[in-house]
Design a protein around this ligand. Sequence first.
Ligand SMILES: C[S@@+](CC[C@H](N)C(=O)[O-])C[C@H]1O[C@@H](n2cnc3c(N)ncnc32)[C@H](O)[C@@H]1O
Length: 275
Amino acid sequence: MLDDHRWPIGPPGAANFDIPSSARVYDFLLGGTSHGAVDRVMGRDLARAEPLVVSVVRENRSFLRRAVTFLARAGIDQFLDLGSGIPTMGNTHEVARRVTPDARVAYVDIDPVAVSHGELLLGSAKGVTVTEADLRTPEEVLGARAVTDVLDFSRPVGVLMFSVLQHVSAADDPAAVVAGYLSRVVPGSALAVSHLTADDPRIDMDAILGPTRAYRSGRATTRSAAELAALVEGVDLVEPGLVFAAQWRPEARRHRGPLAEPCCGHRAAVGFLPA
Ligand SMILES: C[S@@+](CC[C@H](N)C(=O)[O-])C[C@H]1O[C@@H](n2cnc3c(N)ncnc32)[C@H](O)[C@@H]1O
């Protein structure tokens, strides 16, 4: 059940708090406050089963910051953030605007809590919109009023898919979903992606993913390095290519997890669409 004290704004109407959601469990693991009791139970179960899960989500968030900063410095000034999650510290428009003060961002998420919190926390910012939509339908997402209001598709766009494609099953053809966006943006546009992967011996991904069967979207799907390389085929990846998220252009003062080596769990890449 929902803890009412966590919702000074009142609970959003369409959300289901009887089953955990990816967005709210992720918020719990990041130390946020936009989740209910069922999400905390799930988050604690995950952390008990694999204590590195907290490093996994923090490293992903840190990759988001570095990737968006990199793209903004490369001249990308408008972003489509797919599966953007519940707003937390260091949201895409905040990161991009440290480089380009008038950068524009269309946030998209399927979770009603992520969207209603996004509207409240971000919606008043000029050049920022939040849309409730399923990223598996690129044509609908790209045609949504709130997306076309802020993004100009005659110019390059940064398409962002951070830790979301694992929620797109093989039956939903993630390669076609990615292509559905990349085929509709102009050359010079960019893709930044991170994705849960299971081929890191340091982490028990099965322990993390088992409980995620309880999500409405079902158990998340990890993909190997080869499968992820196929998803970004046709994109000119910048150095260092497809690597663990923590290894993508790390900064000197990075988040220190319990492992000496960068951890784990997500592979990540950034690249541009060739002309
Ligand atoms: C693990 S969170 C990642 C949040 C954020 N991108 C980040 O990296 O910090 C995954 C998000 O993807 C969203 N999501 C899952 N399936 C989706 C879909 N089919 N369409 C849009 N959003 C989706 C979830 O609601 C959740 O907010």
